[in-house]
Design a protein around this ligand. Structure first.
Ligand code: ATP
Length: 308
């Protein structure tokens, strides 16, 4: 696997408060990497460090094969476009002029790309309207266009969908997929809106209290999301002995429903087998664990192991 960005045991402290603890991230080239963590977990801080806005207290990171201790890191950082915390825009200027100023800041002599970028983020029809009069979603999209001005290889977005309405969230999601697929830009995106992130990300890093508790690809995550079959039956005792006999993992809920945790249960077979031992199945449904509950279980498992 080729990684475009890695961090190696990054620590960051503010006084006595250690907010990053040996953070090692591995971001594959061309991926959309979702950084998942609760408020205060350290998502913004690691993004600030990677973008060069803050120095790590210890540890190193590598961008496009260049270590942060090498002098070339200054040039290589230009291959990163980032929006961290809030979008900085000139409120009195149009979308076009905001992008023009960014081109000037980056030392670009041609403004040819501006129209294309405005189209990409769906702001090509905003004319002279000042950015201060844009909706939050439009401002976010303009911010992303500003971050894309230097044609970065890596786009870093800190909670880009925070506060957006459902329509705004869909617009940003489609735009990010478009940028990733059509421009090949690697995207590092943080969010605490897990289900939304799961619609775009190819791989994930779960962060809690400054520690990466797991990195996982979308495929491996899908395999490990626990599938369960919930049943209501006429005889719980008989059902429990039947499940014990089969060595299946299960849980009896307070409402006397039983959840069986296994990937390969066929509801029709289960109904027939239980009926064979005189148990009627009154209700049956199959569920898959959500990313949200996976994350919560991961946090409690980590704390349970005494690693927190
Ligand atoms: P959020 O989603 O709330 O922004 P986050 O996961 O991005 O959360 P960070 O903003 O990285 O978390 O903050 C991690 C911890 O570091 C928090 O406890 C925060 O209070 C602390 N912190 C962040 N910046 C500073 C700073 N400049 N000085 C002192 N403490 C800070």
């Amino acid at each position: 696997m080729e990684y475009i960005l890695t961090t190696n045991d990054i620590c960051k402290s503010y006084g006595k408060n250690q907010v990053l603890k040996d953070v090692s991230l591995h971001i594959p080239k061309g991926a959309i990497y979702g950084l998942i963590g609760k408020n205060g977990a350290g998502k913004t801080t690691i993004m600030r460090v990677i973008s060069g806005l803050q120095r790590p207290s210890s540890g190193t990171y590598t961008v496009c094969g260049v270590n942060n201790t090498a002098p070339e890191i200054i040039t290589v950082r230009r291959r990163i476009g980032a929006i961290i915390e809030s979008v900085a825009l000139y409120k009195d200027l149009s979308a076009y002029d905001n992008l023009k100023i960014q081109c000037i800041n980056l030392g670009l002599t041609s403004y040819d790309k501006i129209e294309e970028l405005l189209k990409l983020v769906g702001l090509d029809k905003t004319g002279r309207k000042p950015a201060g009069k844009f909706s939050l979603g439009m401002r976010q999209r303009l911010g992303i266009a500003v971050a894309l001005c230097g044609s970065p290889d890596i786009l870093i977005l800190d909670e880009p969908i925070n506060g957006l309405d459902p329509e705004g969230i869909i617009e940003i999601r489609e735009m990010l997929l478009d940028i990733n697929r059509n421009k090949g830009t690697t995207i590092l995106i943080s969010s605490h809106l897990l289900d939304e992130l799961s619609r775009v990300a190819d791989c994930y890093g779960f962060i809690d209290e400054g520690k990466i508790i797991r990195e996982v690809s979308k495929e491996d995550l899908e395999k490990s999301l626990r599938k369960s079959t919930s049943i209501k039956v006429s005889d719980i005792d008989k059902t429990v002995s039947f499940l014990d006999g089969k060595g299946l993992e299960y849980e009896v809920a307070a409402n006397e429903g039983i959840s069986i945790f296994a990937d390969d249960i066929k509801p029709s077979d289960l109904v027939v087998e239980l009926s064979g031992i005189g148990v009627d199945v009154l209700n049956i449904s199959q569920n898959e664990e959500t990313l949200e509950s996976y994350f919560m279980n991961l946090i409690s498992d980590t704390k349970g192991d005494g690693n927190a």
